[in-house]
Design a protein around this ligand. Sequence first.
Ligand code: SAH
Length: 223
Amino acid sequence: MTDPTAEQADIERVNFLLTLRRRGISDRAVLRAMGDVSRTAYVSADLASSAYVDQALPIDCGQTISQPYVVGYMTEQLGLKPHHRVLEIGTGSGYQAAVLSKLAREVVSIERYNTLADQARRRLNAEGAANVEVIVGDGFDGCPERAPFDRIIVTAAAEEVPPALTAQLADGGVMILPLGPQNGPQHLIKLTKSQTPDGVKLDEEKLIPVRFVPMLRGKAREL
Ligand code: SAH
């Protein structure tokens, strides 16, 4: 006999991938990774029934797990290769890190809330994402000890590109980040770093409009 709950879960996952494809995510490796990661494992039990809806959901500490389409879009824009080392700013639930972990060699993810970092570590371990390291710290500083990074993804909105992050991007590296004021228009920006005879060059491309929680300075005092 088929288990109706399991069947329902399968239908949800198929619809989830169809929605991502319909919205324009076409990279097969990205779709496969998103099909393989359980979003349910990264949200609280009371939100389990909404885990595969294409929307941002609340997590602890007043933060949000990003909308799946935006996770897919940013991941696709990163153009990950299996040998890449990736830095993520804003671990949050750990979901984006879990998706990255399927596509890259190593993921270092920084979160300013202890509570979220602990919870994300537990969830990532339970889901077998062994190549992710979650660090509590201020993402504005990046992680100089582990730099350079082939790819950097920022999942909280800053008003300007944090200089420490461009400095920690490898030659030929790509960084995707949301830029803009907390209550105003924000866009995803894609920066590509290259060395020229005149020095380091950063190509900037403006991508889609988005809405992210703010990137705040310092480790969180509470929790
Ligand atoms: N990638 C996450 C999205 C989390 S929302 C996910 O998949 O769930 C953004 C996160 O960025 C929040 O958890 C917030 O606490 C964190 N954040 C904001 N400013 C930060 C900073 N300066 N350093 C590190 N994390 C930061």
